[in-house]
Ligand binder design. Structure first.
Ligand SMILES: [Zn+2]
Length: 71
C-alpha cells in the first residue's frame, strides 16, 4: 500500500511541477487577448493557437478542406 501512495504523490508532483513537460515551460500556451493579425479581423485567438491569425485567415490551416471541417 505504501508503494501505491508514493506513486500517487509522484504523479501529482509531476503534473504540478515541470517534470511532466521536461522543457522548463509550464505548458505550451500563449498570451491571452490576442486577436487575428488580419486587418479588420478582430477574432480572438486561442491561447493554444501559436499562429498570428484566426482559423479563417491562418495560411496553413484552411477552414474548408475537401468539405472536411476540423474543429
Ligand atoms: Zn482573422
Amino acid at each position: 500500500m505504501e508503494e501505491r501512495t508514493e506513486v500517487g504523490e509522484r504523479f501529482e508532483g509531476s503534473i504540478g511541477g515541470s517534470a511532466f513537460t521536461g522543457t522548463g515551460r509550464p505548458s505550451r500556451t500563449f498570451a491571452r487577448g490576442r486577436v487575428c493579425a488580419e486587418d479588420g479581423c478582430g477574432t480572438r485567438l486561442s491561447i493554444y493557437n501559436e499562429g498570428h491569425y484566426c482559423s479563417q485567415h491562418e495560411p496553413q490551416a484552411a477552414p474548408r478542406l475537401r468539405g472536411r471541417k476540423i474543429a
